[in-house]
Write a protein that binds this ligand. Structure first.
Ligand code: AMP
Ligand code: MG
Length: 699
């Protein structure tokens, strides 16, 4: 089964219109798309939610992304209910029955208690529905459960026992209740299921459907929700974390889980993830929460040298991503989470490196004639046998038959009648490869932290490794700040400039192998900035901001991080690039990059890249530089390191004509950076300088 690209988790509600200000007990929608958590959506009414979900279904279908949409209420009632109410066992008959009977106005006023009372009329005795908002209304609906006999329809479905869900479909009031949510949810589902490409699990074939609707129960990830930031609204945290956990479940695990449902599920439905609670929680658990004083500098430090800054980052940051297992075909660019060893030798058997004739042992100087056996050995053939003193025709890659350990090149031979004739001497073992001469079974092939390359895929495949445990991708938010910025494509008023950093930083992150999450743009206003960063907490593992990082009046990034008490303005002795504001915001590291695009990019590749690499689980990434001759001359202040936009031409490094750090054209012109060390004061044309190509930064 193809996995899901997008996961939606809906926390449904049976209540009237929820307040304007996001609050609990409303509808919350969590979405994880292509591995990245989106900001949860707050809906005040069911109408609003239905419109939003309908448009999500259309967007994902149009983009060719497979969508799993999970809802936190039962899709069916205990066995026998459908027959009793609709005269049919088909669970969809119940959906249509509710769609027909439920009323729900624009303010969320609805008739669910009337309908519960009406349904009770179909059953003998009090119940099965019970619980209401007014003790004295709806006489046919008991206020309490006492005295209800659940017969012939039992109180709970089979899956409610497996998932340990605490509420029954028949409970209409008192938390935790789902009775009302089913009635107020099934009409929406009945409409959604009629959209093209939508299938309902487990009632319909779902294996190839572009959109699958499924029931979930958020209680299965309670352990992970407990660890969410305390300030976060619980329902918001639930949908966010559950969408993320489901999205991280390996496609095969999910497929096997979805295929494995008992017969009762045909009418009662089933809870997605029932029995997978621990797995799901472990998928969203952080490896190591980072310390709040991650970026504190030693007291008294005014200027930090680049190497010291890098050493601090290397020291203070830790791995934050969990693991997942992916097939080899999906492993390119991922980070190995374990050492990988060969399951098979390469080559597995001794074989011939050339086309020619094989026989036993070395032969002395002189002319030799060996009788040929009738067979030939080609690549892929199981090795046969060759009698002593005989030879066999062999083709490149063929496993050596028993009795063959040496091969002569076909170009050196004549075949005369049934003999092969050639001149010696021939060394024993000539033109053959030994079994395991490249890799032995059990050899370490890739070590933990390795970013898997195309060549690594060849090595893994050759040594029989079909799936790999890798780190799940690091999610990095990108945020621009500044009143002057406007998104390209919109109208720029006089005085405004287009936001150049955000597309650049997102591009850098993608090339680094992370998931870039667009957090948009904040004006120079601390409250607005706080709201954006707050919204991102829980959805991202780190944040890159650009602009507003100095200590000026409009430098709100550093002001905000200062307020959190966990910020350090690093005055790094580097050009371009000052200043770099590093801070922790509610457990999330924030890299406050300079606003100037050139400085932002240099800081991102020099400092953010290795720091994010550590968080993502890769080994420390030192860019490989090369000593080349300078095609320029320059004088420079001592005491700081400088990076010049540069490119290689005719074996020498040339640099961009201007050093202005707003010159974006120079970034695009460059193919890398020339690094001038702290002590350098003068470079004459022809002297040796260090050139670091973009490719050394993974670009
Ligand atoms: P700041 O660090 O906010 O003082 O910004 C320094 C310079 O970078 C100013 O000229 C800003 O207009 C410019 N700048 C800041 N952010 C961006 C951006 N996202 N795209 C292009 N230029 C920017
Ligand atoms: Mg600014």
């Amino acid at each position: 089964m193809r996995g899901f690209d997008t996961v939606l988790v809906a926390d449904w509600s049976a209540a009237k219109m929820a307040p304007k200000r996001p609050s609990k007990d409303a509808i919350w929608l969590g979405v994880t798309r292509d591995g990245a958590s989106q900001e949860p959506v707050y809906c005040r009414t069911r109408k609003e939610a239905e419109i939003w979900i309908t448009s999500l279904i259309e967007t994902e279908k149009a983009a060719g992304r497979r969508l799993l949409a999970a809802f936190d209420f039962p899709f069916g009632y205990p066995t026998g209910f459908a027959q009793k109410v609709t005269g049919s066992d088909d669970p969809f008959a119940v959906w249509d029955w509710f769609e027909h009977h439920i009323t729900d106005d624009a303010n969320g006023n609805n008739n669910r208690f009337d309908i519960a009372e009406k349904l009770n009329g179909i059953f003998d005795g009090p119940g099965p529905f019970w619980g209401k908002s007014h003790r004295d209304l709806w006489p046919g609906l008991p206020y309490r459960k006492d005295g209800i006999v659940f017969d012939p329809v039992v109180e709970k479905r089979a899956c409610d026992h497996v998932a340990k869900a605490s509420s029954s479909c028949f409970q209409m009031s008192f938390p935790p209740t789902v009775g009302g949510q089913i009635m107020m949810g099934l009409p929406t589902l009945a409409r959604l299921r009629r959209k093209g490409g939508v299938a309902v699990w487990p009632f319909e074939p779902w294996e190839d459907a572009p959109v699958v609707l499924a029931e979930i129960w958020p209680g299965i990830i309670e352990a992970a929700v407990k660890l969410a930031p305390q300030e976060e609204i619980r329902d918001r945290a639930q949908v966010r974390i559950l969408a993320d956990a489901l999205a991280r479940l390996p496609a095969e695990t999910l497929a096997a889980h979805m295929a494995d449902v008992p017969v009762q599920a045909r009418e009662e439905a089933w809870i997605l993830g029932a029995g997978l609670s621990e797995t799901l929680c472990s998928l969203v658990a952080l490896e190591t929460p980072l310390n709040n004083d991650c970026f504190a500098l030693p007291p008294g430090v005014r200027w930090t040298r680049v190497d010291d800054a890098l050493a601090l980052l290397r020291d203070r940051l830790g791995l934050v991503t969990g693991t997942q297992t992916v097939p080899l075909s999906g492993a390119l660019g991922r980070i190995a989470a374990q050492d990988i060893t060969a399951r098979r030798a390469n080559p597995p058997l001794p074989n011939t490196a050339v086309d020619g004739y094989g026989f036993a042992g070395g032969l002395p100087q002189g002319r030799h004639s060996l009788p040929l056996v009738q067979a030939r050995a080609a690549a892929g053939d199981a090795p046969g046998q060759v009698p002593r003193g005989h030879a066999i025709r062999v083709l490149t890659g063929a496993a050596l038959p028993d009795g063959v350990d040496t091969v002569v090149l076909q170009e050196a031979c004549d075949v005369i009648e049934a003999n092969v004739v050639f001149n010696g001497p021939v060394k024993p073992g000539a033109n053959t490869r030994k079994a395991g001469e490249d890799v032995q079974p059990g050899d370490l092939t890739l070590h933990t932290g390795r970013v898997i390359t195309p060549a690594d895929l060849a090595l893994l495949a050759a040594t029989g490794v079909s799936d790999v445990t890798v780190r799940r991708p690091l999610r990095v938010g990108v945020l621009s700040t500044g009143d002057e910025l406007v998104e390209v494509g919109q109208v720029a008023r006089v005085g405004q400039i287009f936001d150049a950093n955000r597309p650049m930083l997102k591009g850098l992150l993608t090339r680094f192998g992370h998931v870039a999450v667009d957090l948009g743009h904040a004006p120079d206003d601390r409250a607005a900035l706080r709201e954006l960063i707050d919204g991102a907490v829980g959805c991202v593992d780190a944040i890159l901001t650009s602009g507003g990082a100095s200590a000026g009046d409009e430098d709100h990034v550093s002001a905000l991080l200062n307020e959190a008490g966990a910020m350090a303005l690093w005055r790094i002795a580097v050009k371009p690039g000052r200043p770099l504001a590093l801070g922790m915001w509610r457990g999330v590291p924030v890299f406050g990059l300079p606003g100037n695009p050139v400085a932002a990019m240099v800081c991102a590749v020099i400092f953010a890249r290795p720091a994010l690499g550590v968080m993502a689980g890769s080994e420390w990434l030192d860019p490989q530089g090369f000593d080349v001759s300078a095609a320029f001359s320059r004088t420079k202040k001592p005491g700081r390191r400088e990076f010049l936009r540069a490119r290689m031409r005719d074996g020498s490094a040339e640099v961009f004509s201007s050093e202005g750090s707003g010159r974006i054209s120079g970034l695009s012109w460059a193919e890398g950076l020339v690094e001038l060390g702290e002590d350098v004061t003068e470079i004459a044309s022809g002297e040796t300088v260090r050139f670091i190509p973009w490719s050394s930064f993974g670009l």
